[in-house]
Design a binder for this molecule. Sequence first.
Ligand SMILES: [Zn+2]
Length: 322
Amino acid sequence: MQIAVLRKYSKKLLVFSFAIMLGFVSAAQPQSNNYATNDYFMKSSTVPGNDSAEIAEKKGSVTTGVGTALSKYGKANQLYVSMVDSLSRVLFRYPLIDSSGLNYAKEWVGTPNMGLRRPNYVIIHHTANNSCEATLQEFTTPGGREASAHYVICKDGTVHHMLNDLLRSHHAGDSKWGNNTDINSSSIGIELVNNGSQPYTEEQLNSLAILLDRLKTAYKIPAPNFIGHGDVAPTRKADPSSKFPWKEMSEKGFGLWWDDTTGVEVPENFDYLLGLRIIGYDISAPASVVAAFKRHFMKDGSGGSMNAAVRKIIYVLYRKYL
Ligand SMILES: [Zn+2]
């Protein structure tokens, strides 16, 4: 009986692998309604009746749309599946055997009360180029910078979901927000195709808003945790540029914004760097962090010079983070 089940599973796996090789399916691409039922991300590692092999079988004959676009990335898709396979083996490495000298119990006791860790931040980037194709090429090529993002949004609004949200993408690099020094482990990275000096397209921003809404709902991401790459790495990065509409995004619930500053008196002893630190910034390089703040919250790309208006906005905003 068990052998029969195994054979059935192997057949499904073979069909799935073959479909991946031909580029007929996007590996581990979630069904859209999965985002609404976010409980399974947290409470279970298996989804009865909804495994990838079944999806592959259902989509196996699809040769247009997604299938055609992805076929030239068949090799990268194969590598993706190999990576996920090897990572899944890591999860089975229990009970732990290590050389730390701990007095582990002789009998291993596992607990089924667990779930997958979920992202709690969204980091927005721009690609600093004009080409969706060049970005996909870079993100699918092993070696080199080995950079990636969970999502790439082309200028025409097309969304490429490049890896499962629950996996760690290499998008933020050396970065810090609050006391979180491993942003990649706790965030979703979204790249907008944009050369850094042009406006973002309406189609891109529409797709982004839909995507952010889905992510916020699925993973219960707090509004202040939608931030930019330049916010978490102010000395190294300046994306997204000052053309990114953070105010409009905050009105949809993605990121915070400041209220009217008319009549606001900033206390003389207010330390604006401390205010920036409370918002989340790493203040070890003050000029860079002021430049990052102005870019994000004032649409001002003029750099790190300080003045009374900037100080007042920091004062009004930081109190929302207390
Ligand atoms: Zn970036």
